[in-house]
Design a protein around this ligand. Sequence first.
Ligand SMILES: [Zn+2]
Length: 472
Amino acid sequence: MTHVRLYSYGAVQEVTGSKHILEVDGKKILVDCGMFQGRREETYNKNKNLPFDPKEIEVAFLTHGHFDHTGNFPSLIKGGYEGVIYSTPATYDLASLVLYDSAHIQKRDAEFIKKLIRKGRKDLKVYGPIYDEEDVTETLSHFVTYPYNRRFKVFDKVEAEFYDAGHILGSSMILFNIELDHYKTLKVGFSGDLGRKGLPFLRNPQKLPDLDYFVLESTYGNRLHDDLSTVKEELSEVINSTYKKGGKIIIPAFAIERTQEIIYHIHELLLENKIPKLPVYIDSPMAVHATSIFKSHPECFDRETFKTFYDKKESPFDFDGVNYIVNVEDSKKLNYLKHPAIIISASGMCEHGRIVHHLRNNIENPANTILIVGFMAQHTLGRRLADREPEVKIFGEKLKVNARIKIINAFSAHADYNEMKEYVSQFDLSKLKRIFLVHGEPDAQEHLEKVLEGVGVKDVKRVFYNEKYKLA
Ligand SMILES: [Zn+2]
């Protein structure tokens, strides 16, 4: 008898800290080891102390490079895990970028708090760093990469294969083929984060083979996104109207994926002669580094990208007028730009980084546009801009928001509930025994459960923390 169980220690009724375990005859396969994000003290303790013994994990997988899936692998290694971490090659590269960045931020934050304490803030406490650069280097040495659609042996009775999730560069769904008795196979799929059809340069989410069990994310289980098809038109309207006023377009964007999507669309619009030739500045060391990773993984791109760019000897991310800025002096020079330009910078929610300087310099000029293309969490400067507050505080200074605020809502890397329904409907539902919902707030999961039952999924189960589910 082969025994198979599933349980989760993160992304359970919530959207951060993904950690799922598939157990085959007592051997534990860990899928993702993400960082919890939220209030400092609570998340510090949750992240610092893994809820399982890393030495008991047989093998680990990473679905994609987002921090909430990759961010706590160094704690796994520090806790004594000696095995390999499987991912696609592009995911490995993004994980390297994200983990070193996290180690750097953790160190900087801890030093900052220590300084405040020295100055008399005895109410504060230092949290972290949980890991440093050296731990990250050690973690990266455990990675073994496999491309999409190449089945490999994990251990006796278990084979795995990455399928394209269409979510971010290198993102994958994982299929586990588990050999049961009497030549039967159990197929278990993990969605990771499920992407969407029609995102720039990424392929559409690939259909997994018919499954017995599917572990599905549910982030937008109760939401529908705006249509992606109007994004380019909206972008071209913003660029043209701002250009006519002689202004600048300031775009706060996440360094990974969203920045590259915007560059891609701008390049397309230039090739189609729909926008004037104006300089484009990518002013974020992390975004510049991320873009170089994107450039080195054309194997992740869709047919469309080849037709528009590579077949014509063009690169999607390089064109006349695009400038990638790393050094601080070059970044400061952008303060004195007199002509229309596009500045794309991080952080995505405008809380820190160079974008804050660009906003301060440009927010009071009515000729400029601030273009919002991503999710803005509560209590961030980005959210205040998205809420169209007439005045905002930047570096302690009150500034009038005279620039135009334009929001394009269609960008999202996660499938909405219709897209999830459509994806799941491709399966032979008579074979699908159950869908397990992870990575979503309770409201989203409750709604998605009804939607999936509505298309004929026999059994939908919301996963609870450390509750063990028997699959075979
Ligand atoms: Zn993700």
